[in-house]
Write a protein that binds this ligand. Structure first.
Ligand code: 5GP
Length: 262
Protein backbone atom coordinates (compact mmCIF):
# COMPACT_ATOMS: atom_id res chain seq x y z
CA UNK A 1 0.00 0.00 0.00
CA UNK A 2 1.49 3.37 -1.02
CA UNK A 3 1.94 6.22 1.48
CA UNK A 4 0.04 9.33 0.39
CA UNK A 5 -0.27 12.90 1.59
CA UNK A 6 -0.34 14.10 5.17
CA UNK A 7 -3.95 14.21 6.40
CA UNK A 8 -3.50 15.38 9.96
CA UNK A 9 -0.70 16.28 12.36
CA UNK A 10 -1.32 16.00 16.08
CA UNK A 11 0.92 16.59 19.08
CA UNK A 12 2.56 13.17 19.02
CA UNK A 13 1.49 11.59 15.73
CA UNK A 14 0.98 12.25 12.03
CA UNK A 15 -1.65 10.54 9.87
CA UNK A 16 -0.93 9.89 6.17
CA UNK A 17 -3.35 8.73 3.50
CA UNK A 18 -2.69 5.47 1.65
CA UNK A 19 -3.72 4.20 -1.76
CA UNK A 20 -6.71 2.51 -0.04
CA UNK A 21 -9.19 5.05 1.38
CA UNK A 22 -10.11 2.71 4.25
CA UNK A 23 -6.59 2.65 5.67
CA UNK A 24 -4.12 5.29 6.84
CA UNK A 25 -0.56 5.30 8.16
CA UNK A 26 0.07 6.51 11.70
CA UNK A 27 3.55 7.97 12.29
CA UNK A 28 4.84 8.28 15.87
CA UNK A 29 6.80 11.50 16.46
CA UNK A 30 9.39 12.14 19.18
CA UNK A 31 7.53 15.27 20.31
CA UNK A 32 6.39 15.41 23.91
CA UNK A 33 3.80 17.91 25.10
CA UNK A 34 2.05 18.47 28.40
CA UNK A 35 -0.35 20.88 30.10
CA UNK A 36 -2.26 21.57 26.94
CA UNK A 37 0.81 22.22 24.79
CA UNK A 38 2.35 24.73 27.25
CA UNK A 39 5.33 22.42 27.83
CA UNK A 40 7.03 21.01 24.75
CA UNK A 41 10.13 19.02 23.96
CA UNK A 42 11.54 16.52 21.49
CA UNK A 43 12.70 13.30 23.11
CA UNK A 44 14.85 11.17 20.84
CA UNK A 45 13.48 7.66 20.45
CA UNK A 46 10.10 8.18 22.18
CA UNK A 47 8.13 7.58 18.97
CA UNK A 48 9.94 4.34 18.25
CA UNK A 49 9.21 3.02 21.74
CA UNK A 50 5.55 4.07 21.71
CA UNK A 51 5.07 2.47 18.30
CA UNK A 52 6.39 -0.86 19.62
CA UNK A 53 4.63 -0.74 23.00
CA UNK A 54 1.29 0.28 21.51
CA UNK A 55 1.55 -2.41 18.82
CA UNK A 56 2.21 -5.03 21.52
CA UNK A 57 -0.74 -3.94 23.64
CA UNK A 58 -3.24 -3.54 20.76
CA UNK A 59 -2.25 -6.95 19.32
CA UNK A 60 -2.88 -8.53 22.72
CA UNK A 61 -6.22 -6.74 23.04
CA UNK A 62 -7.27 -8.04 19.59
CA UNK A 63 -6.60 -11.54 20.85
CA UNK A 64 -9.10 -11.11 23.68
CA UNK A 65 -11.72 -9.73 21.30
CA UNK A 66 -11.23 -5.97 21.71
CA UNK A 67 -11.43 -4.74 18.13
CA UNK A 68 -9.04 -1.92 17.38
CA UNK A 69 -7.63 0.07 14.50
CA UNK A 70 -4.22 -1.64 14.26
CA UNK A 71 -3.62 -3.62 11.08
CA UNK A 72 0.15 -4.01 11.40
CA UNK A 73 3.31 -2.19 12.33
CA UNK A 74 5.12 -1.17 9.16
CA UNK A 75 8.49 -0.03 10.47
CA UNK A 76 10.17 1.68 13.43
CA UNK A 77 7.79 4.61 13.49
CA UNK A 78 4.74 3.69 11.44
CA UNK A 79 1.66 1.54 11.70
CA UNK A 80 -0.97 0.73 9.11
CA UNK A 81 -4.33 1.39 10.75
CA UNK A 82 -8.01 1.43 9.83
CA UNK A 83 -9.34 4.89 9.00
CA UNK A 84 -11.75 5.89 11.75
CA UNK A 85 -13.59 9.06 12.70
CA UNK A 86 -12.46 9.64 16.26
CA UNK A 87 -15.24 10.40 18.75
CA UNK A 88 -14.59 13.80 20.37
CA UNK A 89 -14.22 12.17 23.79
CA UNK A 90 -11.20 11.07 25.83
CA UNK A 91 -12.10 8.01 27.92
CA UNK A 92 -10.10 7.82 31.14
CA UNK A 93 -10.04 4.81 33.47
CA UNK A 94 -8.51 5.16 36.93
CA UNK A 95 -7.46 2.54 39.48
CA UNK A 96 -5.39 4.76 41.78
CA UNK A 97 -6.00 8.46 42.42
CA UNK A 98 -3.41 10.83 41.02
CA UNK A 99 -3.11 13.64 38.45
CA UNK A 100 -6.16 15.75 37.71
CA UNK A 101 -8.40 13.64 39.98
CA UNK A 102 -6.42 14.58 43.07
CA UNK A 103 -6.21 18.24 42.00
CA UNK A 104 -9.89 18.54 41.11
CA UNK A 105 -11.43 16.76 44.09
CA UNK A 106 -8.72 16.83 46.74
CA UNK A 107 -8.51 13.03 46.85
CA UNK A 108 -5.26 11.92 48.50
CA UNK A 109 -2.57 10.99 45.96
CA UNK A 110 -2.16 7.20 45.78
CA UNK A 111 -5.64 6.33 47.11
CA UNK A 112 -6.55 2.91 45.71
CA UNK A 113 -10.07 3.10 44.27
CA UNK A 114 -12.53 0.37 45.25
CA UNK A 115 -13.70 0.05 41.65
CA UNK A 116 -12.28 1.39 38.40
CA UNK A 117 -13.50 4.93 37.79
CA UNK A 118 -14.46 5.92 34.25
CA UNK A 119 -14.27 9.61 33.32
CA UNK A 120 -15.07 11.41 30.07
CA UNK A 121 -13.31 14.52 28.76
CA UNK A 122 -14.18 16.55 25.70
CA UNK A 123 -11.34 16.40 23.17
CA UNK A 124 -10.78 20.11 22.79
CA UNK A 125 -7.31 21.59 23.28
CA UNK A 126 -8.57 25.19 23.34
CA UNK A 127 -10.83 24.36 26.29
CA UNK A 128 -8.17 22.17 27.97
CA UNK A 129 -10.06 18.86 27.44
CA UNK A 130 -12.72 19.58 30.12
CA UNK A 131 -14.36 16.83 32.15
CA UNK A 132 -17.89 16.09 30.90
CA UNK A 133 -20.77 13.90 32.06
CA UNK A 134 -22.62 11.26 30.08
CA UNK A 135 -25.53 13.70 29.94
CA UNK A 136 -23.32 16.19 28.08
CA UNK A 137 -22.34 13.45 25.63
CA UNK A 138 -26.00 12.62 24.88
CA UNK A 139 -27.20 16.25 24.93
CA UNK A 140 -24.68 17.34 22.31
CA UNK A 141 -24.77 14.08 20.37
CA UNK A 142 -21.05 13.36 20.79
CA UNK A 143 -22.03 9.68 21.01
CA UNK A 144 -25.22 7.68 21.49
CA UNK A 145 -26.30 6.02 24.73
CA UNK A 146 -25.91 2.48 23.37
CA UNK A 147 -22.46 3.37 22.02
CA UNK A 148 -21.27 4.67 25.41
CA UNK A 149 -22.69 1.60 27.15
CA UNK A 150 -20.78 -0.68 24.79
CA UNK A 151 -17.60 1.37 25.16
CA UNK A 152 -17.87 1.31 28.98
CA UNK A 153 -17.99 -2.50 28.94
CA UNK A 154 -14.91 -2.54 26.72
CA UNK A 155 -13.11 -0.03 28.96
CA UNK A 156 -13.53 -2.33 31.95
CA UNK A 157 -12.29 -5.34 29.98
CA UNK A 158 -9.32 -3.36 28.67
CA UNK A 159 -8.58 -2.24 32.23
CA UNK A 160 -8.76 -5.80 33.61
CA UNK A 161 -6.54 -7.08 30.85
CA UNK A 162 -3.96 -4.30 31.16
CA UNK A 163 -3.83 -4.58 34.98
CA UNK A 164 -2.93 -8.27 34.54
CA UNK A 165 -0.47 -7.66 31.72
CA UNK A 166 1.43 -5.02 33.70
CA UNK A 167 1.12 -6.78 37.07
CA UNK A 168 2.88 -9.76 35.47
CA UNK A 169 5.93 -7.57 34.86
CA UNK A 170 5.93 -5.76 38.20
CA UNK A 171 4.07 -2.62 37.12
CA UNK A 172 0.92 -1.04 38.59
CA UNK A 173 -1.55 0.35 36.06
CA UNK A 174 -2.61 3.57 37.78
CA UNK A 175 -4.78 5.05 35.01
CA UNK A 176 -5.00 5.40 31.25
CA UNK A 177 -6.67 7.36 28.45
CA UNK A 178 -8.06 5.80 25.29
CA UNK A 179 -10.00 6.97 22.27
CA UNK A 180 -12.58 5.27 20.07
CA UNK A 181 -13.54 5.88 16.47
CA UNK A 182 -16.22 5.03 13.91
CA UNK A 183 -14.87 2.84 11.14
CA UNK A 184 -15.05 4.65 7.79
CA UNK A 185 -17.25 2.94 5.22
CA UNK A 186 -18.55 0.41 7.73
CA UNK A 187 -22.15 -0.54 6.98
CA UNK A 188 -22.55 -1.53 10.65
CA UNK A 189 -21.46 1.84 12.10
CA UNK A 190 -18.80 -0.02 13.99
CA UNK A 191 -16.96 1.77 16.82
CA UNK A 192 -13.51 0.46 17.68
CA UNK A 193 -10.60 1.29 19.97
CA UNK A 194 -8.17 3.66 18.22
CA UNK A 195 -5.19 5.98 18.83
CA UNK A 196 -2.45 4.43 21.01
CA UNK A 197 -1.86 2.78 24.37
CA UNK A 198 1.64 3.55 25.63
CA UNK A 199 3.47 5.21 28.54
CA UNK A 200 2.37 8.50 26.94
CA UNK A 201 -1.27 7.65 27.63
CA UNK A 202 -1.05 5.48 30.78
CA UNK A 203 0.33 6.04 34.25
CA UNK A 204 2.59 3.14 35.10
CA UNK A 205 4.31 2.77 38.49
CA UNK A 206 6.90 0.19 39.44
CA UNK A 207 5.02 -2.19 41.75
CA UNK A 208 7.61 -2.02 44.56
CA UNK A 209 9.26 1.38 44.42
CA UNK A 210 6.35 3.24 42.76
CA UNK A 211 8.95 4.78 40.43
CA UNK A 212 7.11 6.57 37.61
CA UNK A 213 7.59 4.76 34.29
CA UNK A 214 5.41 7.05 32.15
CA UNK A 215 4.94 10.56 30.78
CA UNK A 216 4.78 12.03 34.29
CA UNK A 217 8.61 11.91 34.08
CA UNK A 218 8.27 14.67 31.48
CA UNK A 219 5.29 16.46 33.05
CA UNK A 220 7.00 16.65 36.46
CA UNK A 221 10.59 17.11 35.22
CA UNK A 222 11.70 13.81 36.73
CA UNK A 223 14.09 13.14 33.82
CA UNK A 224 15.15 9.81 32.28
CA UNK A 225 11.93 9.41 30.28
CA UNK A 226 13.48 7.22 27.61
CA UNK A 227 15.05 4.94 30.21
CA UNK A 228 11.62 4.53 31.82
CA UNK A 229 9.88 3.75 28.49
CA UNK A 230 12.68 1.29 27.64
CA UNK A 231 12.16 -0.35 31.01
CA UNK A 232 8.46 -0.82 30.21
CA UNK A 233 9.30 -2.22 26.75
CA UNK A 234 11.93 -4.60 28.03
CA UNK A 235 9.73 -5.85 30.89
CA UNK A 236 6.98 -6.52 28.32
CA UNK A 237 9.53 -8.59 26.39
CA UNK A 238 9.64 -6.31 23.37
CA UNK A 239 13.03 -6.52 21.71
CA UNK A 240 13.45 -2.80 21.45
CA UNK A 241 17.23 -2.61 21.88
CA UNK A 242 17.88 -4.61 18.73
CA UNK A 243 15.73 -2.38 16.54
CA UNK A 244 17.05 0.79 18.14
CA UNK A 245 20.60 -0.25 17.27
CA UNK A 246 19.42 -0.79 13.70
CA UNK A 247 18.00 2.75 13.54
CA UNK A 248 21.17 4.27 15.03
CA UNK A 249 23.30 2.30 12.53
CA UNK A 250 21.04 3.43 9.69
CA UNK A 251 21.41 7.08 10.76
CA UNK A 252 25.22 6.65 11.00
CA UNK A 253 25.39 5.05 7.54
CA UNK A 254 23.29 7.89 6.11
CA UNK A 255 25.57 10.52 7.72
CA UNK A 256 28.70 8.81 6.29
CA UNK A 257 27.10 8.68 2.83
CA UNK A 258 26.20 12.37 3.00
CA UNK A 259 29.79 13.24 4.07
CA UNK A 260 31.22 11.22 1.18
CA UNK A 261 28.95 12.91 -1.31
CA UNK A 262 29.99 16.40 -0.20
P1 5GP B 1 -5.13 13.22 34.21
O1 5GP B 1 -6.56 13.54 33.95
O2 5GP B 1 -4.90 12.75 35.60
O3 5GP B 1 -4.18 14.29 33.78
O4 5GP B 1 -4.79 11.97 33.24
C1 5GP B 1 -5.39 10.71 33.42
C2 5GP B 1 -4.75 9.72 32.48
O5 5GP B 1 -5.12 10.03 31.14
C3 5GP B 1 -3.22 9.70 32.49
O6 5GP B 1 -2.79 8.38 32.27
C4 5GP B 1 -2.83 10.57 31.31
O7 5GP B 1 -1.62 10.15 30.77
C5 5GP B 1 -3.99 10.32 30.35
N1 5GP B 1 -4.34 11.51 29.58
C6 5GP B 1 -5.31 12.41 29.81
N2 5GP B 1 -5.36 13.35 28.89
C7 5GP B 1 -4.40 13.07 28.02
C8 5GP B 1 -3.94 13.71 26.82
O8 5GP B 1 -4.46 14.72 26.35
N3 5GP B 1 -2.89 13.11 26.20
C9 5GP B 1 -2.29 11.99 26.67
N4 5GP B 1 -1.25 11.47 26.03
N5 5GP B 1 -2.71 11.36 27.79
C10 5GP B 1 -3.74 11.90 28.46
Amino acid sequence: MKKGKKLYEGKAKIIYATSDKNYVIQYFKDDATAFNNQKKSVIDGKGVLNNRISEHILKNLSQIGIKNHLVKRLNMREQLIKFVDILPIEFIVRNIATGSLTKRLGIVEGTVLNDPLIEYCLKNDELGDPLISREHIYAFNWAKKNEIEKINKQLLRINDFLIGLFRGVGIKLVDFKVEFGKVRNSSRNEIILADEISPDTCRLWDAKSEKRLDKDRFRKDLGNLIQAYKEVASRLGILYEESNIREVNFKKAKAIKLKKNK
